[in-house]
Design a protein around this ligand. Structure first.
Ligand SMILES: Cc1cc2nc3c(=O)[nH]c(=O)nc-3n(C[C@H](O)[C@H](O)[C@H](O)COP(=O)(O)OP(=O)(O)OC[C@H]3O[C@@H](n4cnc5c(N)ncnc54)[C@H](O)[C@@H]3O)c2cc1C
Length: 505
């Protein structure tokens, strides 16, 4: 049975002020970008419904957030959608703040050239630079200081210096190239500062702004329909199918969720839609295509007794994050002299961490050429999609060649005296192509399934508008045509801010 939701009924939902079922905007998905776009629209005076499949635990000050979601030492693994394919789990958070509520908090923006290379009006390096400056402030980004480096990361810095790396303090700078240094992070004290804290808390704290925002949490969006008066969204909440209406819809359900909602709503490859009995609204063969991520592989070593003592002492006596340092390197595959590798060392943050007893240097290819796809397998939003990232699938072997050089650089770091004297043997051999293929995984940065572009068959216009529709805009990582050389949280938030700006006009 279908009913119109008038007001949210979850006790944890902020709001309950806007009780009419019709809104100026529905923002579908309360993740990294969704929080930014919803806050931007509310501040501009619009009445907004923010619909999120996971729970909303309220403001940071409410103290309701589960500890793993706010503990910034390592990745959180609760609240996951459980997307899987072959040996991989493709982590995606199902909670307010989206993946910014369980991620590694590395704050990066990539290189100015990445955005120039998109060749899209409104998205050049010069266009996004001021937005990134705002985003880094709002997300409370800071760079670790040298006295904060844990025992392993302090040695990594020494090893990088002795291996001849440029020592960098500008890892979150659009104009910086290769270097090794302490990470920039969106961590406040020991708290993962997610985009809900950064963007929605100020709305919750202002009675005027809060009166314009209604959060529907634990609401699984099924599909939408566009008609002459607006957009109707169907969602499942408390086991009931409900509808919401608005003048406009912004899809911010992330790289998998946004493509899924579009396909379930009849915007996709006609062949796929017909197989599933979904009436075609817009024949859009690129919806769900162009899926890509930075492929990643690790070099590892067993921890020697001296380093283990230091790590255990540091874990017992304070805050020991898994990740604190990052290297950006240029491989011989780079066609413009810009870095195309990330190397980031990782250690266990507690004695019960999965990594206890070993350390890794994760190596990621930041300019991937391989492309995959996402296809829904059912009309039912509870059925997970078929995800094929096609890692290392590019025909010229570019991605594998970059990783090969990165693993060699990682092993060179491990072999410097500062580290080598404290480490034991390697646990998984990734020094061969076969080893890289065996251990390749993702860097948690999937993008591109609803990419914007100038061609008639690109899913979205450079304003994020879904081609073939009048009232639907995308604002999240799925819009990205080519992943920047960066971890993708700040770029996703930047997209949220930018699309809000464009919608407000
Ligand atoms: C484990 C992990 C570690 C990471 N580490 C880092 C890092 O250190 N630094 C960095 O920069 N990036 C990192 N990332 C990547 C970064 O967090 C993401 O790229 C970014 O959060 C994507 O933002 P988004 O807005 O596109 O999507 P999301 O943040 O995923 O938001 C999408 C939201 O939509 C909701 N949604 C989806 N489908 C539906 C539906 N049908 N109905 C209702 N709601 C729906 C989801 O629940 C989610 O809240 C990491 C990601 C992961 C998973």
């Amino acid at each position: 049975m279908s009913s119109t939701v008038g007001s949210p009924n979850s006790k944890l939902s902020n709001s309950g002020h806007s009780n009419s079922g019709h809104f100026d905007f529905i923002v579908a998905g309360g993740g990294s970008a969704g929080c930014a776009v919803a806050a931007g629209l509310v501040k501009a005076g619009y009445k907004v419904a923010l619909v999120e499949a996971g729970p909303d635990y309220g403001a940071f000050d409410s103290g309701q957030w589960p500890s793993d979601l706010v503990d910034a030492r390592g990745l959180a693994d609760s609240h996951d959608w459980n997307y899987k394919a072959r040996q991989w789990v493709f982590q995606r958070a199902r909670v307010m703040g989206g993946c910014s509520s369980h991620n590694g908090c590395i704050a990066a923006v990539g290189h100015r050239q990445d955005y120039d290379d998109w060749s899209l009006p409104g998205w050049t390096g010069n266009d996004v630079d001021p937005i990134f400056k705002r985003v880094t402030q709002t997300m409370r980004v800071r760079t670790y200081q040298s006295h904060e480096a844990g025992p392993f990361h302090a040695r990594c810095l020494e090893a990088a210096e002795s291996a001849g790396w440029r020592m960098a303090s500008d890892l979150c700078d659009l104009d910086a190239n290769d270097g090794f240094g302490l990470e920039a992070v969106n961590i406040v004290g020991t708290t993962r500062w997610n985009s809900a804290f950064a963007y929605i808390d100020p709305v919750r704290q202002s009675p005027e702004l809060a009166s314009r925002l209604t959060i529907f949490d634990r609401a699984l969006i099924e599909k939408f329909e566009e008609h002459s008066e607006g957009v109707t969204l169907s969602m499942v909440r408390d086991d009931q199918t409900c509808t919401l209406t608005a003048d406009q819809l912004v899809l911010s359900a992330g790289v998998y969720g946004t493509a899924e909602i579009l396909q379930r709503s009849g915007i996709g490859d006609p062949e796929l839609l017909q197989q599933l009995g979904i009436p075609v609204q817009v024949a859009s063969v690129k919806t769900g295509m162009n899926l890509h991520d930075h492929p990643m592989v690790h070099a590892d070593r067993r921890v020697g007794p001296q380093l283990q003592r230091w790590l255990d002492e540091a874990a017992n006596s304070g805050f020991l994050p898994e990740e604190q340092t990052l290297g950006k390197a240029v491989s011989t595959q780079s066609d413009n002299g810009l870095f195309d590798l990330h190397l980031f060392p990782v250690c266990a943050s507690t004695q019960t961490s999965r990594l206890h007893g070993q350390v890794n240097i994760e190596v990621a290819c930041m300019t991937p050429k391989s492309r995959g796809s996402l296809k829904i397998t059912s009309k039912d939003p509870r059925v997970l999609s078929a995800i094929d990232h096609n890692y290392l699938g590019d025909e010229n072997g570019h991605d594998l060649a970059v990783l090969r050089e990165g693993v060699a650089l990682a092993n060179e770091l491990f072999n410097q005296t500062a580290l080598g004297s404290l480490l034991g043997e390697s646990l998984s051999d990734t020094s061969t192509d076969a080893g890289i293929r065996q251990y390749v995984e993702h860097y948690y940065h999937p993008v591109g399934t609803c990419a914007m572009g100038l061609k008639e068959d690109d899913v979205c216009t450079p304003a994020g508008r879904v081609r073939g529709l009048q009232r639907v805009t995308v604002a999240d990582a799925s819009l990205i045509p080519q992943v920047p050389r960066a971890n993708t949280n700040l770029p996703s938030v930047m997209i949220g801010e930018r699309i809000a700006e464009l919608l407000v006009g």
